[in-house]
Ligand binder design. Structure first.
Ligand SMILES: *Cc1c(COP(=O)(O)O)cnc(C)c1O
Length: 441
């Protein structure tokens, strides 16, 4: 197969990466050649471009220009402290789903008044901590959660600001594992049960019912599901107001898709216009919770080829990053564009390769039959679009320390989450007395 006519590496970077470009034939994050970072930090590593992060944030801000829409960055997409701080410094709030993310958001400088707490299973301890921190709101997803939060707030002698997340029963048309707004999904309050739960919330003394939340899924690339969901939210606002229930805030969730291969992402302006058209006239304060959109294409996973193995007519490119570093291909069949850090010669022939990690699992495959130019041991490759749901899902499987995070800003770069040493990875483990040094079996 001769794929020499494949788009140039420069064109692919331009289409799918923010803040990265080939400079004199070597891929750079902003002004820093990736080879320089690899030499200093060792591979595998994640690298984020500040200009890309801020560019996406600004594009969304600009789309809502003139409208007071609070952007609460969904930390679960990438909770690296420096990434969160980058957005916080630009004015973003935070959407959190655990008390661990609360600590990170606060440590990164997000004001408590800009933090919203989502998630289907908040514990009482998490509720108490978030209440004491004075967060903006709890996005409550069920009646039992509402009752528990009321008890926690009552015991603390305070009132919890609450929006109730409704499940609009809308299919976001995305991957099954990242759809959240259909009635069979575990998220939100069932549409038909919602009015009774709102009425209950309005009656609870320790609950300050302030609004409605919705989040129908991730990686949305069409407007139709948003139109349907926000239309249902507007309908619910009118119903509830008709019952004398105050609704001042709408939290419209996240989900804006990005380009991984050939998707056409929604234009922020079209998304903003849709929001204005569906809920803009209700007089509510608006919040959105983008995660993936802000980070996905501003990060890459940088990896080095360990060896190339020809076997049974296949070309296996075995790299030093594994599924413990980046699980998206194994988990969702996700596509990550893979490019060499050193641009291949114009006449290089691209032939299919299986790019795989060293983890002892057949599922440790980043790409199958992927056209690649000739590569050899020690060459550097990047997996693009690895800024979201990537380093956050890393594990220590095979006793592999997860790839560290590096952030670039202009000509500067810094390790923002270092690689754990093997001793550190063992540090949390202890031998029980019957196996310890004292034991005499
Ligand atoms: C995951 C999540 C988000 C962010 O989703 P993206 O697709 O990354 O924008 C926003 N809100 C809630 C409640 C979430 O669970």
């Amino acid at each position: 197969m001769n794929l020499a006519a494949a788009p140039s590496v420069e064109a692919r970077i331009a289409a799918g990466a923010h803040g990265f470009s080939y400079r004199s034939g070597v891929l750079a994050a902003e002004e820093v050649p990736l080879a320089e970072i690899a030499a200093a930090v060792a591979t595998p590593l994640y690298c984020y471009a500040t200009a890309g992060l801020l560019g996406q944030y600004q594009a969304l801000r600009d789309a809502f220009a003139g409208r007071a829409v609070q952007i609460c960055y969904a930390l679960k997409a990438n909770d690296n402290l420096a990434v969160v701080r980058t957005f916080a410094a630009a004015g973003a709030g935070a959407d959190i789903v655990s008390v661990g993310e609360l600590h990170r958001a606060l440590a990164a400088g997000v004001p408590p008044g800009r933090i919203v707490f989502s998630g289907v299973g908040k514990t009482t301890a998490e509720m108490a901590t978030a209440l004491a921190a004075g967060i903006h709101q709890f996005n409550v997803e069920s009646l039992p959660e509402l009752e528990t939060l009321a008890a926690v707030a009552g015991a603390a002698g305070t009132r919890a600001p609450v929006v109730i997340r409704i499940n609009p029963d809308v299919d976001a048309g995305t991957h099954d594992k990242i759809a959240t707004g259909r009635k069979q999904d575990k998220f939100g309050v069932d549409w038909t049960a919602a009015p009774a739960i709102f009425a209950r919330a309005a009656a609870l003394a320790s609950i300050d019912l302030v609004g409605i939340a919705v989040h129908i899924g991730s990686q949305l690339t069409s407007l139709a599901p948003y139109t349907a969901a926000f239309g249902r939210v507007a309908e619910m606002v009118r119903t509830l107001r008709g019952q004398g229930i105050r609704i001042d805030r709408l939290d419209l969730g996240g989900g804006l898709g990005v380009r991984y291969s050939d998707e056409t992402p929604l234009a922020p302006a079209a998304y903003a216009r849709l929001i204005a058209a569906t809920v803009g006239e209700l007089g509510c304060a608006l919040t959105i919770e983008p995660g993936r959109f802000l980070v996905a294409n501003s990060g890459v996973l940088l990896t080095r080829v360990i060896l190339v193995k020809e076997s049974a007519g296949r070309r296996f490119v075995i790299v030093d990053a594994g599924m413990n570093d980046l699980i998206r291909p194994a988990l969702y069949g996700a596509h990550h564009t893979i490019l060499p850090v050193v641009a291949p010669r114009q006449d290089a022939v691209w032939t299919p390769a299986d790019v795989v990690g060293p983890v002892c699992e057949s599922g440790d495959i980043f790409a199958r039959d992927r056209p690649l130019p000739p590569v050899a041991a020690d060459d550097l490759l990047v997996l693009l679009s690895a800024g979201a749901y990537s380093s956050v899902m890393a594990s220590r499987y095979n006793s592999r320390p997860p790839a560290p995070d590096v952030q670039v800003h202009g000509r500067a770069f810094a390790v923002t989450r270092r690689r754990l040493s093997h001793a550190e990875m063992l540090a949390a483990e202890t031998l029980p007395p019957w196996l310890g040094p004292e034991s005499r079996p």
